[in-house]
Design a protein around this ligand. Structure first.
Ligand code: ADP
Ligand code: MG
Length: 238
């Protein structure tokens, strides 16, 4: 596990600046949710933490290491996307083993890690199936399995539930929280869904047009929104 520090990070695509000096401290083991309307910069920020986009300015630290120039593979993070494409021609077990094979892990270690991840996620009886033989929720669990087999220091989730129907979404929220309670892996989770943010986060970061409007515990934002935008977005019904 490791802390993540985002220090005055900026991002421009060409002449267009989309992230304007964002700073967020994420403690070891914390579950932080970035929330905000579509286009506010959530994915871009997450992709910079992952190393999939370079930063235009500022600094990103994972643990005690500045990672601005560290390639994604060396950051010890695992990312789960909205469009978690599983490899259709590989079994569940092979899908989960793939990233370990890429890293040349020994076969016995791969088997052991896949088994452990499958146990944690309740996938033990599905290891020989192919993705087309799974339900949406099972596929989502396999996508998480691929992330946890590596036992990374940090999990990054980008709207992992937005392709699921409402009922499954509620169920998966609980499962992801339970997974976090069990593993305590530092997590940065992006969503545009206020309810997901309110129910899952230790700390919520409300973004808007490339800046942070407010961050804090869910109830703190709910009870004491810093401005009209946060009040409207977190949606106090009063
Ligand atoms: P969110 O995830 O909050 O919906 P994004 O991080 O995807 O927002 O996008 C933030 C802004 O950056 C948007 O205006 C988007 O159009 C722009 N953007 C994202 N990626 C690129 C890119 N590769 N090139 C140019 N503009 C981009
Ligand atoms: Mg996005």
């Amino acid at each position: 596990m490791a802390s993540v520090e985002i220090r005055d990070v900026r991002k421009a695509f060409g002449a267009t600046q989309v992230i304007h000096g964002v700073s967020i401290d994420i403690a070891d083991g914390e579950f932080v949710i970035l929330v905000g309307p579509s286009g506010c910069g959530k994915s871009t920020l997450l992709r910079m933490v992952a190393g999939l986009e370079n930063v235009t300015g500022g600094e990103i630290r994972i643990g005690d290491r500045v990672v601005n120039d560290v390639p994604p593979k060396e950051r010890d993070i695992a990312m789960v996307f909205q469009n978690y494409a599983l490899y259709p021609h590989m079994t569940v077990a092979d899908n989960m083993a793939f990233s370990l094979k890429l890293r040349n892990a020994p076969k016995s270690e791969i088997e052991q890690r896949v088994k452990k991840a499958a146990d944690i996620l309740g996938l033990g009886h599905l290891l020989d199936r192919y993705p087309r033989q799974l339900s949406g929720g099972q596929r989502q669990r396999v996508a998480m399995g691929r992330a946890i087999v590596r036992d990374p220091q940090v999990f990054l989730f980008d709207e992992p539930l937005s392709n699921l129907d409402a009922k499954l979404r509620v169920q998966m929220r609980t499962e992801i929280k339970e997974l976090h309670q069990r593993l305590r892996t530092t997590t940065v989770y992006v969503t545009h869904d206020q309810i997901e943010a309110m129910t899952m986060a230790d700390k919520i970061v409300v973004m808007h047009d490339g800046i942070v409007e407010q961050m804090g515990a869910p109830l703190e934002l709910y009870d004491r929104p810093a401005n009209m935008f946060v009040a409207g977005f977190i949606g106090s019904p009063a």
